[in-house]
Design a protein around this ligand. Structure first.
Ligand code: NI
Length: 145
């Protein structure tokens, strides 16, 4: 194992007993392993709560441009969210199918809402959001006006 720091955790006997039962139920071999997982889970939940934190990422869409009004609906949503869409790439895959990659730069909350709205468009064949939240985006943030 990589470098680790040992810490002491004080627990009431009842809580420790319940925790040990939890370990068995979840198949953990050590308390450390279970505590590590619980800490990680709590921190992921916390970071997802921060809707105002900054995010960069992409949303990849695949659709049939002849199908209903999918093209118009996607375009409409993109115009309404122009402030967080930095750029987009459109590739004509074949006679009917289009691939679009949107580059997103905004808050976690806005990026998530946009992704949900796009994913909800009827006739969309594929939608894949990739969001990176936190420190990684701080550098890029300085270059956006
Ligand atoms: Ni196209």
């Amino acid at each position: 194992m990589d470098k680790v720091t040992r810490i002491g955790v004080s627990l009431e006997p009842e809580l420790l007993e319940a925790f040990d039962k939890y370990l068995v139920l979840r198949g953990y071999s050590t308390r450390s392993e279970a505590i590590r997982d619980l800490i990680k889970k709590a921190m992921v939940e916390e970071s997802l709560k921060a809707v105002d934190s900054h995010a960069v990422g992409t949303i990849t869409l695949v659709y049939d441009h002849n199908l209903g009004s999918v093209k118009e609906n996607l375009m409409d949503i993109q115009h309404r969210n122009h402030e967080i869409i930095s750029s987009s790439i459109h590739v004509h895959l074949d006679l009917n199918k289009c691939l679009e990659v949107l580059v997103i730069h905004g808050t976690v909350g806005k990026a998530r809402r946009l992704s949900e709205e796009l994913t909800g468009v009827k006739g969309l064949l594929h939608s894949e959001p990739v969001m990176i939240a936190g420190e990684l985006s701080e550098h890029g943030k300085k270059h956006v006006h």
